[in-house]
Design a protein. Sequence first.
Length: 539
Amino acid sequence: MPPDDRKPAAVGAADRPDIEQQQRAVDITPTESAQGAANLNLRAYQREAIARVRAEAKRGNRRVLLVAPTGAGKTVLAASMIADTVAAGQRVLFLAHRRELIQQAAAKLFDAGIDAGIIQAGHHARPDVSVQIASVQTLHARAIRGRKLEMPAADLLIIDEAHHVRARTYVDIVAAYPDAIVVGLTATPIRADGMGLGSCFNILVEVASVAELTVAGFLVPARIYAPTRPDLTGVRTERGDYVKDDLAAAMDKQQLTGDIVEHWLSLAERRRTAVFASGVAHSLHLRDEFRRAGVMAEHISGDTPVEERDAILGGLTRGDVEIVCNAMVLTEGWDAPEVSALILARPTRSLSLYRQMIGRALRPSPGKTDAIILDHSGAVFEHGFPDDSIEWSLSTDHRAINRSHNARKQHTRGEALSTCPECFAIRLGGKRCGSCGWRPRPRAVDVETVAGNLGEVSRDRVARKPDPDAVERRKWHAGLAYIARERGYRSGWASANFRERFGTWPDDRHIEPAAPDESIRRWVKSRQIAFARRQEIVR
């Protein structure tokens, strides 16, 4: 992509020095000692990305936006550039806006043998260290607004989660470094309204895409289950997204909350799960509903004390906690590869927020083969699949484009997303269902569908399990008969539930009960919760 001819607003009013002066001021070309010091075992695409950043800097593009999907190793990229710069005898300032990001950067630099001072509440200042990791809020408060601290010298300024760079705190800090190379790191290089960041950066460098990282095994594929879009009538929008209070009121409904618990029990395989709620009250409500269903669930918000939040997230990582519900806390700066399921209960018009949320579940972990996304927000219909290729742009007048998804949305038939009438998976219209193998029938045949079920979103990429065969059907019938006998239910209970599960009556009227596996018990529990919710609504 060609650089933006306009001078970035964050640079300041002074004329930029010529390219030779720039190269003398900052040299981020790696040296042998620097590469040895970093000891980061860079992947091929990471080495290529860093080389491209250096090349752009030598061409005079001093404001580089480096786009790397969640899980691509942004902290490793930053650590390598920092190691090279320090080895050249120069100084670095790393900016982040969350405690977790600051801790991650400090830990990665420590592993690479690089000492760093931390400018943040609770840390002693160490101004003589050549690398400073600073909280944006703390540095702005102390050095710009309060003038109690001198701005640390920096030849290289790295900004983590750089999609926030247009905020006043960032703008003021960047303006203090007109001669430094500025490298922004982000997975989503757009504002909340989808527009580009050309007012702050003059070149965009992309690392490997989500699809490429998935094929290479650096990310896992996602299975997405989604309902129709939620009713957001009356929900206002501001600055490119829904108004939080309106959204929370629309989404925190008893029926919807009950469905979320029900579908998690039947579809999520009791995986460790993060829930993105529409507000604090909604998050608390969801936690309580999961607990009522016997699920070990916790809640965190921006007001949760740091020690308590760390303990809850540590429990999720270990498996002591099954679900953590949150309201806009875990969208950035949180890495938990052990989490392999997400619940999206927060509709958003922001492509950036959607991709940030989805990215939390895509990191690989031992034994993890995929991620399950339960999308109660309808975001997949709005923004597409996690591995769709996005055309990012620095333009402040145009939004990022997902061409493949836009093409799907323009069709009323064919490639448009639709519900499989057999298994209720979301599939591409006109295509074989990737979940159960069903193929479209002639138009004259009416297809009965069941409202309210989540179904897998598939693009017919991977062969999935075929229709349940006779062995599978007998296993379910025998397992349901076992549960009926175990609980003292009438004889017809097993057959009725079999019919609800498969759409037909069992082949054999009588069957010898056999102990059910966990999937059968989860399905039965989800049906009981759904029935209880319907009874509450009727009352």
